[in-house]
Design a binder for this molecule. Structure first.
Ligand SMILES: Nc1ncnc2c1ncn2[C@@H]1O[C@H](COP(=O)(O)OP(=O)(O)O)[C@@H](O)[C@H]1O
Ligand SMILES: [Mg+2]
Length: 435
């Protein structure tokens, strides 16, 4: 449909300008000064011409996603309208890389036929909207306007360029929990308790947020409690993707694609890979999938925090194998101690180096007739962090806010800060074996 037929004098985004081939000017984070550039991408000239016409002639043409990627600097927002020829696997893989590198680029796929399968594939690749080629200029204009608003918002919300996570670049060398440094790899910190309700998720989410406050590189949290994971709900997130999407695409999964599946906890910047939405999907995620996912995440993040279920299975054991540090969470109660003792024996059988194991005592000030010293003696481990019991914890959980930001002056927040500091310090303290 020609622009005039829509009855609108300006069928495209009013602010949009053709994409500049010159380096983009620095972005001034003031809403009124931002205008998205428009790009049309398709190798077929007739598709490019048709889409450019639908957009009112105000778009820069590109023959491929790669060509567009090579011309971007990432400094200005761009809405890329991808033509029907881009509706295939290799172009969509290119899109996943593009949007991971340039979060200020919003892609719309225009396709001859919108099928559920294509929609799924496109959204997984990071395309923001899919519209039909013959839907008309007004449908496309509305999609452009929507996407334009989100990419411009991303510019306003984006941190200063030097702190923007650049997942394409290798992570800098990060000290492991034993103080050793392995170049280019982030640290994997797994939290586990063999008894449900011990505070594993509370501590994992808060630790991730505390680490993000201390890091210039990305920090992410993986919810490996595949049946009843509640990391996303604890952080008040409504994710579009879960770990199941990553596993579905495991054969072609790379860092860029995985990055596009993470949801950001905006207040802290922590990237989250949520658990499946329903327990039935848990079986779809295997131990080898988790190993691959964690391997990719550690390439792009400084810290990968992993929350786990309260039982041992092959998935959890393989996560232990991948972990630089395992924080074992226990309370001052006999079942907790008994189960943790069994867990420690299992970890020893698995030859997990002892220096990777750390003990965190939660609700360590509870008056329950079991002393911290007794628990440490029974486990032959010194707790390297003791977390007090505090009503701010359930309050923060119910608000969907990590306790470190909900009640930063609380004893719980300070204990989590101590834990986080041990990872950012050059030589973190470790739980010593008690004799
Ligand atoms: N230090 C604490 N003080 C008070 N309540 C706590 C504390 N740690 C955890 N809780 C409460 O225990 C509940 C279970 O914690 P959660 O992190 O979900 O345990 P897990 O993941 O080990 O099953 C949470 O809802 C939280 O309110
Ligand atoms: Mg939990």
């Amino acid at each position: 449909m020609a622009p005039e037929e829509t009855g609108r004098s300006e069928p495209t985004v009013v602010e949009s300008t053709p994409l500049s081939v010159e380096p983009d000017p620095p972005v001034v984070p003031v809403r009124q000064t931002i205008a998205s550039s428009l790009a049309v991408v398709d190798p077929v000239p007739s598709f490019r011409a048709e889409l450019t016409a639908q957009l009112g002639g105000d778009a820069s043409p590109f023959e491929s996603v790669e060509e567009l990627t090579s011309r971007l600097t990432g400094a200005a927002p761009v809405v890329a309208v991808l033509g029907p020829s881009c509706a295939e696997a290799s172009a969509l893989a290119g899109v996943a890389g593009l949007v991971a590198r340039f979060p200020m680029v919003g892609c719309i796929l225009v396709t001859e036929q919108v099928t559920t399968a294509l929609l799924q594939q496109a959204l997984r690749a990071g395309v923001r909207d899919v519209v039909g080629l013959h839907g008309g200029a007004d449908v496309l204009a509305e999609a452009v306007q929507r996407v334009s608003a989100t990419v411009e918002h991303a510019v306003v919300a984006a941190p200063a360029p030097q702190t923007t996570p650049d997942v394409g670049a290798p992570a800098p060398s990060v000290p492991g929990p034993d103080g050793t440094v392995e170049p280019g790899r982030g640290s994997v910190i797994t939290l586990f308790s063999p008894k449900g309700g011990s505070g594993t998720t509370v501590l994992a989410t808060s630790l991730a947020v505390a680490l993000a406050e201390r890091s210039t590189r990305p920090v992410c949290i993986v919810d490996a409690d595949l049946q009843f994971g509640d990391v996303a709900v604890s952080l008040k997130l409504a994710p579009h993707h879960t770990i199941v999407d990553a596993v579905t695409a495991i054969d072609r999964l790379d860092a860029a694609m995985l990055e596009s599946m993470l949801v950001t906890h905006e207040p802290s910047g922590v990237r989250v890979l949520p658990a499946p939405l329903e327990p039935a999907y848990a079986d779809q995620v295997g131990a080898h999938d988790l190993v691959r996912i964690i391997g990719l995440l550690r390439e792009m993040c400084e810290y990968v925090v992993v929350d786990t279920p309260s039982h041992l299975n092959d998935v959890v054991l393989s996560i232990f194998d991948e972990s630089d540090s395992i924080e074992l969470v226990a309370g001052l109660d006999i079942p907790s101690v008994k189960n943790l003792k069994v867990t420690l024996q299992t970890l020893r059988l698995l030859d997990i180096p002892e220096e990777r194991l750390h003990l965190v005592l939660n609700r360590a000030d509870s008056k329950v007739k079991l002393e911290v010293g007794e628990v440490e003696r029974a486990l032959q481990f010194e707790a390297h962090v003791q977390v007090p019991s505090d009503v701010v914890v359930p309050q923060s959980v119910n608000r969907g806010e990590p306790v470190v930001t909900h009640a930063p002056r609380s004893g719980v927040a300070k204990a989590v800060a101590t834990l986080a500091d041990q990872y950012v310090a050059p030589r973190p303290a470790r739980s010593r074996r008690r004799r």
